[in-house]
Design a protein around this ligand. Structure first.
Ligand SMILES: Cc1cc2nc3c(=O)[nH]c(=O)nc-3n(C[C@H](O)[C@H](O)[C@H](O)COP(=O)(O)OP(=O)(O)OC[C@H]3O[C@@H](n4cnc5c(N)ncnc54)[C@H](O)[C@@H]3O)c2cc1C
Length: 458
């Protein structure tokens, strides 16, 4: 079977459906395909957190009490030190949603904009005409479907099904996001033994261990989460260490969910002729939290504006015409995420006691009312002189801040045209080579834990 459309989106989850809806709203014939069954879409894990502000900002239909996919709202989150002290408050309204129901809601919204969704239909290979991407070959229970499209959007998640199949010189990097470049999340859904005193109504995070406790729908429930680079096994070991140091409320385990998100720099360009990569396929997750949904919406909204303009009157969107997607994204979010990603390994390489000092003096993490107060250099110097910060950790922190600042500046100066990319990418490669790797840290930590000799019992 053969079909002609304007836009073909591979992957019908939070990124793909949103982008498809935005393109259809501009009058483009848009088809989304997803290999999953309709009722299974989003089943990878149960509950997601999304800041309420993003709904208005991106024009996503809001939801609240009474909606099937709504769980709860919390307005305060807390960060605590490695020694479980010095709580730092963040006041942001967060909606807790059931992922499957929310994706169904997004699909309904996309359909209202005119999107057609093909479920149980997998992308198999990209199609080219005269060297230009011209759609894709799909496959479902009835056989092959050839879809000719002026724009193919890859929103297929971490597997980046289309991007990884593009030729080396097509204009968007075709790297595979391997195990060293992923953040492995394990969620323990628990029931509290003493909900009357331990009830979890806000989210608390311990950045040192990359662990958190979050509310669950049931008032006697909670979610204990951990994220770690490298492997689920390492994530488990991190959680075990955390539970040995921070007293968790007494509980019984209901079940565990596990899945991963990308943890690496995005491709240097998101766009090429007739192509855009979005969401986890584009690695646009927040390096601090691993969250990706609203950050992908930002890239989708920029891309939909630029492709919308470039595709007017039947035009094929060549890379030059949509190049501004890259620079706009870098300025709006990409430079900051790149800075954080480059800094993180240096910022977290310290002892629990040093992390506690950093919390006490609000060096990395600040309370809402501490923002901009105090002299950072003085605080670091005091820590060094009092022996609460080692020279080694301090120099690692300073090096991380230095490389982060350089990467930020470099991304803010993203080239105005594709012709400037090779030079810019060479400099970016050199900067990234100087930044540390969380996977290296994890490997060294595993050696320190004696992991090779001690298999972890569940
Ligand atoms: C445990 C866990 C908890 C998280 N919690 C949060 C959170 O609270 N808040 C938040 O913002 N982020 C969270 N994230 C991150 C978030 O889940 C991702 O950033 C987000 O799901 C990415 O959306 P996406 O649409 O890009 O990709 P995905 O959600 O991965 O969707 C990709 C879709 O593409 C389809 N697909 C793949 N290959 C093909 C193919 N060949 N043909 C057709 N279809 C294909 C898949 O079936 C899938 O439906 C969490 C991640 C994990 C692992």
């Amino acid at each position: 079977m053969k079909r002609d459309v304007d836009v073909l989106v591979i992957g019908g989850c939070t990124a793909g459906l949103y982008f498809a809806g935005l393109m259809a709203r501009q009058g483009y014939r848009t088809v989304v395909c997803d290999c999953s069954r309709q009722e299974y879409l989003g089943r990878r894990y149960d509950v997601i957190h999304v800041g309420k502000e993003h709904f208005g900002r991106f024009g996503i239909p809001e939801l609240g009490p009474g909606d099937m996919d709504y769980v709860t709202t919390f307005r305060r989150s807390i960060l605590r030190s490695a020694l479980d002290k010095w709580p730092k408050n963040a006041c942001v309204e967060i909606l807790v949603l059931r992922r499957v129901g929310f994706i169904r809601r997004l699909a309904d919204w996309a359909k209202e904009q005119g999107v057609e969704i093909l479920y149980e239909t997998a992308f198999t290979e990209p199609l080219f005409e005269n060297g230009r991407l011209s759609g894709a070959l799909l496959c479902n229970g009835t056989g092959d479907i050839q879809i000719n499209a002026r724009l193919t959007a890859d929103a297929s998640g971490i597997s980046a099904a289309v991007r990884t199949r593009l030729p080396d010189d097509y204009g968007v990097e075709n790297f595979v996001t391997g195990s060293r470049d992923q953040f492995y999340v394990k969620l323990r859904y628990v029931r509290l033994k003493h909900p009357e005193k331990d009830r979890v109504e806000i989210s608390t995070t311990w950045p040192y261990y990359k662990t958190w406790i979050a509310p669950r729908e049931e008032s006697d429930g909670a979610i204990f989460g951990v994220g770690a680079n490298l492997s689920f096994d390492y994530a488990d070991r991190c959680f075990k260490r955390f539970a040995g140091r921070v007293k968790l409320p007494e509980h019984e385990l209901d079940h565990i969910e596990q899945s991963s998100t990308p943890y690496r720099r995005p491709p240097y360009s998101f766009v090429a002729g007739g192509f855009v990569v979005l969401g986890d396929a584009a690695c646009v997750t927040n390096p601090w939290s691993g969250e990706g949904v609203p950050y992908a919406w930002l890239l989708c909204s920029i891309a939909a504006e630029e492709f919308g303009k470039a595709m007017k009157d039947g035009a094929y969107p060549v890379q030059d015409a949509v190049w501004s997607v890259n620079g706009r994204y870098a300025k709006a979010q990409g430079a900051l995420f790149a800075q954080n990603l480059a800094m993180l390994s240096g910022a977290v390489s310290c002892t629990p006691e040093e992390n506690d000092y950093e919390f006490e003096k609000s060096i990395i993490f600040e309370d809402e009312d501490e923002k901009g107060k105090g002299n950072l250099v003085l605080k670091l110097l005091k820590g060094l002189l009092s022996g609460r910060l080692s020279w080694k950790s301090l120099s690692r922190l300073a090096a991380a801040a230095g490389i982060g600042a350089k990467i930020y500046k470099h991304y803010m100066a993203y080239p105005e045209s594709p012709q400037g990319l090779a030079d810019w990418a060479r400099k970016a490669d050199a900067l990234w080579a100087k930044s540390g790797s969380m996977a290296d840290l994890a490997e060294a930590d595993l050696v320190g834990m004696g992991a090779a000799e001690q298999p972890l019992a569940e």
